[in-house]
Ligand binder design. Sequence first.
Ligand code: GDP
Length: 196
Amino acid sequence: RDKMPSPPTGRENRQRIQQQIARLRIVVLGAEGVGKSALTVRYLTRRYISEYRRAIDLLYRHTVCLDDVTSEVEILDVSTREHQENESVSVSHIRWGEGFVVVYSVNDATSFQEAAVILDHLQRLKAPLYVPVILLANKRDLDPGRQVSVEDGQALSLQHGCQFYEVSAAESHVGVTLAFQALLRETRSLQLTRPL
Ligand code: GDP
């Protein structure tokens, strides 16, 4: 985990963007079982994989063309199982990432509290830099068992100045794709404003 390549410098990123190829490093965080893998796979393949057992972090690479700009995207799907003994968020993941997806499940109030802790941790570690983050409330198809209201999710996102989406990896790829694309756009435009 600590041997991850260092993030590209501002100059490298600017050169890549000028060549119309951005490189974006995204990290997906959240409590165990909230659907991090289901969401990541849904975004990358448009398919829903309901059982996706894995006990290691997975790094996906894909090339995406968004608003006529090609980006090489790396998405790190963090295994909560691997980090159970430690802090819920590893410092090296946060240092590595440029944009973050923080996930909780609408039918799990504890995962919402964990998302709040992760958001605090993220902002503290990245300070004074602004960090592009989207807060994803997953499993909205499980509305009868809902423990976290839309308003609570919105309030948390306002508190942290991040975008908020309620989605269901199980039901549809549309909301998931829109949410990831919003994060990619924000991460990419922020790279342009970083000092060389
Ligand atoms: P992770 O531990 O955060 O990576 O969670 P997983 O992606 O492994 O998902 C945990 C469980 O939640 C699996 O059984 C998934 O099928 C289920 N799951 C994931 N997303 C949804 C969703 O949107 N709706 C429902 N009903 N179940 C989901």
